[in-house]
Design a protein around this ligand. Structure first.
Ligand code: PLP
Length: 399
């Protein structure tokens, strides 16, 4: 079967692939501890669900403008202003079918064939493939476990060339939970501004920061708006992964180009979901605060449990809801993992064997550009975390 050259450039999302694999085990009645999904285990708050029911009852079930209804675009700008101190108008906002779509569209309206896009690694699995699909070339900047996977502006600067079109920053980061300090963010903004490079900031986890840190958007810095593109998502903040609502805040010509692309592809985000989103951004933020408090409790338990495993190292995630342990130096009772290891464990084999033999689902680090690690999502209950830690401890022990 001859598919397009474009589609052959990319691979399926490894996080979604883990989900499919884990589902097969669950369908056979197997008790899987699922640390795979990058989504809140909390239900969408009631007031948001009720807004969707009202929208249905009022027959708000038809096409809308491709970039979202005006009240929602206005409300997203107001919410972003109130939460993150920016000043966007509705004409600078496009509502998208989730945050991934926001990033996909942004990259596709700005990146030409052969353009370079700087991506810090470990990185979210979709950034490189989205860039490749657009014909761009991902240029990776390494971040390091020894300083908490913090991105340094000097490393970004060293990666810039005349072909660089865009730098992507995701803070807090999936998969490491690292937060880019505001001063470093400002330096990267300055670099991009001076060289005429776009800075795409993926704010998917903007509200999940620990130890009392406050959400921050680089778009709130003076003179940022002509350089920065904000890609946001309601998926994690409001526990709305299935509703598929995200947004872009950008200079008007970019917002318009995104709407044009949507007008010839997805058309509008689902009408009912738009009304739910309107309620989410206009309504109370207390459900977000209680989710964060629970994630913080789980983070402590996960970190303590993982660090008690011999040979395992895990930096403390500062945000999001993932732990990203280095398991390459762990001993294991699993013969297949031992046979496949070359002195250091292979994380893709470990992830496969963990699911097959211990019925624990994790995402191997390879998809994030970091072999030797796996990503564990603690968006699951403390009881499941305890059970999962028991199984991991057993797996990483010697007979
Ligand atoms: N950005 C990051 C870093 C993510 O982890 C995700 C989802 O996992 C997204 C963007 C996209 O989220 P969604 O498309 O569900 O809004």
């Amino acid at each position: 079967m001859q598919l397009s050259e474009r589609i052959e450039r990319i691979t399926e999302s490894s996080t979604l692939a883990v989900m499919v694999e884990a589902e097969k085990y669950k369908a056979r009645g197997i008790d899987v501890v699922d640390f795979g999904p990058g989504e809140p285990d909390f239900p969408t708050p009631d007031h948001i669900k009720r807004a969707a029911i009202r929208a249905l009852e009022q027959n708000f079930t038809k096409y809308t403008p491709a970039g979202g209804i005006l009240p929602l675009r206005q409300a997203v700008c107001e919410w972003h202003h109130a939460q993150l101190g920016t000043s966007y108008q509705a004409s600078e906002c496009a509502v998208t079918v989730g945050g991934k779509h926001a990033i996909f569209n942004t990259v596709n309206v700005l990146v030409n064939s052969g353009d370079e896009v700087v991506i810090p690694v470990p990185c979210w699995v979709s950034f490189p493939d989205i860039v490749k699909y657009a014909g761009g070339k991902p240029v990776f900047v390494q971040t390091h476990e020894h300083d908490g996977f913090c991105l340094h502006s000097r490393d970004v600067e060293a990666a810039l060339t005349p072909k660089t079109r865009m730098v992507i920053v995701n803070s807090p980061s999936n998969p490491t939970g690292a937060i880019l300090p505001e001063e470093e963010f400002a330096k990267i903004l300055d670099l991009c501004r001076r060289r005429g490079i776009w800075l795409l900031t993926d704010e998917c986890y903007s509200h999940f920061l620990y130890a009392g840190r406050r959400p921050f958007s680089v778009a709130s810095l003076p003179d940022a708006k002509n350089t920065v593109i904000v890609c946001g998502s309601l998926s994690k903040t409001f526990a709305m992964t299935g509703w598929r609502v995200g947004f872009v805040l950008a200079p008007e010509p970019i917002a318009k180009a995104i709407v044009k692309l949507q007008s010839q592809s997805t058309s509008n985000p689902t009408s009912i979901a738009q009304h739910a989103a309107l309620e989410a951004v206009r309504g109370p933020m207390d459900s977000v605060a209680s989710m964060l408090a629970e994630y913080e409790r789980r983070r402590a338990r996960v970190l303590a449990g993982l660090r008690a495993i011999p040979g395992l190292a895990c930096t403390e995630p500062q945000g999001a809801f993932y732990a990203f342990p280095n398991i390459s130096a762990c001993p294991t009772r699993d013969a297949e993992c031992r046979a496949a290891s070359n002195g250091r464990l292979d994380s893709s084999v470990v992830a496969r064997r963990l699911l097959e033999s211990a019925h624990v689902a994790v995402v191997p680090g390879e998809g994030f550009g970091a072999a030797g690690y796996f990503r564990l999502s603690y968006a699951t209950s403390i009881e499941r975390i305890e059970e999962g830690l028991r199984r991991l401890t057993d797996f990483f022990s010697q007979d």
